[in-house]
Design a protein around this ligand. Structure first.
Ligand code: ADP
Ligand code: MG
Length: 353
């Protein structure tokens, strides 16, 4: 239960001024790592909203160059997400790109940085930063400590503080499958989805009533790596898993293509959200009731050119998605209306018997 800090007028105001588009696609170029050389850099001319690969210029909502920090990325996409979620919007962040390009680094940061709860490591990724900010914000506005967040991680768990969330994050991440490829880049061979539901109430006039209630769902989706080729000498399970990953990513690509055509061709009769569990899970995030930010993670290196180009093309199409986020709110009046309707229907039922 919160006090009236998230008041109805606040939310409505920010919806009508809506500075942010419902769908944002940003690019992050990771630094040169390992055996790569600055001389092999193919990604150039990075500006605040464009990136040049070879002779092609791509425009995005924002582009973060190799020198960008975790803090820069959080300011640009994490801070607005916290604001949106507290206002009652569903909000999703999805990281997309080739293995080894910084998806997990951007979303989570290294495991050691996640554990450093309070003294914020500079390597902390978006998720731990979002939760520490959420709890700081919530401290100011809630007056009942018992009600915190629901964190959904296969099973739903109830959390009231940052430590609880951190424990769940660590548990979830350690369940994740990681396979070493022959290029010795550790890649995650699975998608990782972390969802958190926030419910808030603003108080009514009497102690047991409420004037409105809002529910929002935050989803963090760290996708498995997109790979155009399976490395030589990869183990059998790796090959099998690669096929599954490839299937779900191609379904995601198809769905984005279909939704990207909606502005020209109109809404098709069947939107194939159910073709894979990934697209089913993302049904609200892709074209539905959610704000969406996609981070396209790319390598600067020439050897990654084909995967880099396909990541950027995916990002370009995703910019055309038309999500329709609304504040998920039920007011006391809505509840009274529904109660009235139920009473009328019951009476009708009795009369027609
Ligand atoms: P992905 O999840 O896309 O497969 P990772 O996030 O695991 O890739 O990144 C691969 C490696 O590159 C990791 O060792 C990671 O720490 C490093 N890395 C990625 N992005 C950055 C960055 N912006 N700054 C420093 N290191 C990075
Ligand atoms: Mg990863």
């Amino acid at each position: 239960k919160t006090s009236t800090a998230i008041s109805r007028s606040d939310g409505h105001e920010s919806r009508s001024t809506a500075p942010d588009p419902p769908v944002k696609v940003v690019v992050r170029v990771r630094p040169v790592v390992g055996g790569e050389k600055e001389g092999d850099r193919i990604v150039r001319n990075v500006s605040a909203d464009s990136v040049t690969v070879g002779d092609r210029v791509f425009k995005f909502d924002a582009v973060f160059d190799s020198k960008s920090t975790q803090g820069d990325v959080f300011q640009a996409i994490g801070v607005p997400l916290v604001k949106d979620a507290l206002e009652g919007y569903n909000a999703s962040i999805l990281t997309y790109g080739q293995t080894g390009c910084g998806k997990t680094y951007t979303m989570w940061g290294p495991p050691s940085a996640i554990i450093e709860e309070h003294q914020k490591s500079s390597h902390q990724g978006i998720v731990p930063r979002v939760f520490s900010t959420l709890f700081t914000e919530i401290e100011k506005i809630r007056d009942d400590v018992k009600n915190g967040f629901y964190v959904e991680n296969l099973t739903e768990e109830y959390v009231t503080n940052l430590e609880d969330v951190t424990q769940i994050l660590i548990k979830g991440l350690s369940n994740r499958k990681v396979g070493a490829t022959s290029t010795n880049l550790k890649g995650s061979r699975s998608h990782a989805v972390f969802t958190c539901i926030i419910e808030s109430w603003s108080k009514g006039t009497s102690s047991d009533s409420f004037s409105s209630s809002r529910t929002s769902r935050i989803s963090f989706v760290d996708l498995a790596g997109l790979e155009s080729s399976i490395p030589d000498g990869a183990a059998m399970d790796y090959k099998k898993e690669s096929k599954i990953v490839k299937f779900s990513l191609s379904q995601l690509g198809n769905l984005v293509n279909i939704l990207a055509n909606v502005p020209q061709s109109g809404m098709p009769q069947n939107i194939p959200h159910k073709n894979s569990s990934l697209t089913h899970l993302l049904r609200e995030s892709l074209g539905g009731n959610a704000k969406l930010t996609i981070v396209c993670a790319i390598s600067p290196d020439a050897r990654c050119k084909s995967d880099t180009m396909s990541t950027l093309r995916f990002g370009q199409r995703a910019r055309l998605l038309e999500n329709k986020p609304v504040i998920n709110e039920i007011t006391e009046d809505d509840v009274n209306d529904l109660t009235d309707q139920i009473r009328q229907l019951k009476e009708e039922l009795i009369r027609t018997k």
